[in-house]
Design a protein around this ligand. Structure first.
Ligand SMILES: *Cc1c(COP(=O)(O)O)cnc(C)c1O
Length: 383
């Protein structure tokens, strides 16, 4: 069976984990945590980075930093992972679900403003498959209505937005545009912190101090260790969001190899696209859409089939031939937990992606030959 995903080891993970263990400091915010955080800050120009135990935790920190009051509204796409919405719901916010674009599952920036009310506080664009949302349009709505923007960049490491407003040639890293952003290093993402991990990015200076406090259980311990205060104590809300040094050590091995990882993933992705383009031209399915303002970080290769029946048959055929292809989200507005809370608006594009999108195997240790085999199988299916 060809798996849908397989975690990749660069070779140095165990070495760095031993190093962390024998250095005698296993709890968080040690050498490897700091190395990873500085690396992300330098490479992507993020103002302040804090490693977290998951992408979900990073989103929860974002929601806490937004300082929401009961009745405040947060606009979230419905076609996303539960955590995007749940992080804000836990803070007492009302989640207002937005539809996807027709061309790809990202939030529809053109109709976004119709969802803004006087209670709206935050917009949460999700860069689905690592492909940028239309950030110029989203930031313009946010600016006009004085809203915060939290990028759910869980799938978007090493992916970029090409701003139309500034220098059209400049590529802006995803996660550096909103006031806050969250990345995930779960084993299904391009790089992993050993199964579970995440990163909070703070781009707006106003949130830096409070982010460190929330990260360290509501204490000003980070300032104490920097010698900025002579005792530390409980100063705010918080929780234990920082990962162990063992996870940071694992992540460091992946970070060091990110260029190699990205090159390989892009080669596999491009092979899928090249091989499947003829079938897409025959109208069998559509291929991933990368707008002119976005780059591709090869997080995911997906197809959008015409309907649910076609997708079900396609997944079964691949499974019967030893290939694990999987669908993705069920729209959150029609989930068991949320459907009675939703305001009743139809979100047809979210429902279409929920029914029709299928993801093909894509991981570092997959070979181009195996991609060819999968594409041959798909071609045979449509003959
Ligand atoms: C993976 C993912 C998350 C959650 O990340 P975890 O590290 O698994 O908690 C959140 N949002 C999106 C869009 C994701 O893909």
């Amino acid at each position: 069976m060809i798996n849908f995903n397989q975690p990749h080891l660069t070779g140095k993970e165990a070495h760095y984990m031993y190093e962390a263990v024998f250095a005698g400091k296993l709890s968080g915010n040690g050498k490897f945590t700091k190395a990873c955080q500085s690396w992300f800050e330098q490479r992507y120009g993020f103002r302040k980075c804090l490693l977290t135990t998951s992408g979900t935790d990073a989103l929860e920190m974002c929601a806490m930093l937004c300082d929401l009051k009961p009745g405040d509204e947060v606009i979230v796409p419905s076609y996303t992972f539960v955590s995007t919405a749940l992080a804000f719901l836990r803070e007492g916010a009302k989640v207002v679900f937005a539809d996807s674009m027709t061309r790809n599952p990202n939030i529809d920036a053109e109709t976004l403003e119709t969802l803004v009310t006087p209670r709206t506080k935050v917009i949460v664009p999700v860069h689905y498959a690592g492909v940028a949302c239309d950030m110029d349009a989203i930031m313009a709505v946010a600016k006009k209505h004085n809203l915060l923007v939290v990028e759910d960049a869980a799938q978007a490491i090493d992916s970029y937005y090409k701003s139309q407003s500034s220098n059209p040639k400049s590529q802006i890293p995803l996660g550096s545009i909103g006031h806050l952003a969250a990345f995930s290093f779960h084993e299904t993402k391009n790089i992993t912190a050993g199964g579970e991990g995440g990163l909070l990015v703070v781009n707006d200076e106003r949130f830096v101090r409070r982010a460190e406090i929330i990260w360290e259980k509501g204490t000003n311990r980070a300032e104490f260790f920097r010698g900025e205060v002579n005792k530390y104590g409980w100063v705010d809300m918080g929780s234990s969001f920082l990962p162990s040094e063992v996870n940071a050590a694992f992540l460091w091995a992946q970070v060091e190899n990110i260029d190699d990882i990205q090159t390989k993933r892009k080669a596999l992705w491009n092979r899928y696209r090249e091989r499947l383009t003829p079938l897409a031209e025959q109208g069998r399915f559509t291929l991933p859409d990368i707008p002119g303002y976005a780059t591709n970080n090869a997080h995911m290769f997906y197809l959008v089939l015409p309907n649910l029946e076609a997708r079900t048959a396609f997944i079964k055929y691949l499974k019967d031939h030893g290939v694990c292809a999987v669908f993705h989200y069920l729209s959150l507005h029609s989930s068991e937990y949320y459907k009675s809370r939703h305001d009743g608006r139809a979100l047809p594009q979210c429902d279409r992606f929920a029914d029709c999108l299928v993801r093909l195997p894509l991981f570092y240790d997959l070979s181009l030959d195996t991609v060819d085999e999968i594409c041959d199988l798909i071609s045979t299916y449509y003959q």
